[in-house]
Design a protein around this ligand. Structure first.
Ligand code: RP5
Length: 174
């Protein structure tokens, strides 16, 4: 991995976020998108955060996924320091009240500094969104995303078929 240029940077406030954040890494592996993963804390390593965010673009990253719990300032502060798209993952962690604290800390950004916020602990969706952004300019990844969505569609149609076979009729499917 180290010799390949990472396109996505996955960062998190603590290693205790890894159990949630590793789902984003798993998706990127599935889509064959090179990524890097490390701990960057907005509160405990503010200078590391500034350095990471301000050098991210020149280092060749295209998207940053940032996860944090509690007073989750990492995604928003990173977004304020880079022109790359930032996807925020609210993590329900040891210092969370109920998760809403992290959701709102990441979601309620001021005008001008957006963070694409996914649902609580939804780092898998963060990985898919990052892959979708890469897929907008990389043909191979774009085709993989299209195939992935086609597969999702097929799974839902299969479920609809099962319900129909189980006697639940509707006027839409004939
Ligand atoms: C946040 O505090 C981290 O993102 C993590 O979710 C939470 C707890 O961190 P640790 O006390 O486990 O290091 O900043």
């Amino acid at each position: 991995m180290s010799s390949i240029q990472p396109l996505v940077g996955i960062i998190m406030g603590s290693d205790s976020d890894l159990a949630v954040m590793q789902d984003a890494a798993a998706v990127l592996k599935d889509f064959d998108i090179p990524f890097e993963l490390t701990v960057v804390s907005a509160h405990r390593t503010p200078l590391r955060m500034v350095a990471y965010a301000s050098k991210a673009k020149e280092r060749g990253l295209k998207v940053i996924i940032a996860g944090a719990g509690g007073a989750a300032h990492l995604p928003g502060m990173v977004a304020s320091l880079t022109t790359l798209p930032v996807i925020g993952v609210p993590v329900k962690s040891s210092n969370s009240m109920d998760g809403w604290d992290s959701v709102l800390s990441i979601l309620q950004m001021p005008n001008g500094i957006p963070v694409a916020t996914v649902a609580l602990n939804a780092s898998r969706n963060a990985g898919i969104l990052a892959a979708t952004i890469i897929g907008a300019f990389d043909k191979t990844v774009g085709e993989s995303i299209a195939a992935y969505k086609k597969n999702l569609e097929a799974e839902v149609l299969k479920k609809a078929g099962k319900l129909k076979d189980g006697g639940w009729s509707n006027d839409f499917d004939h």
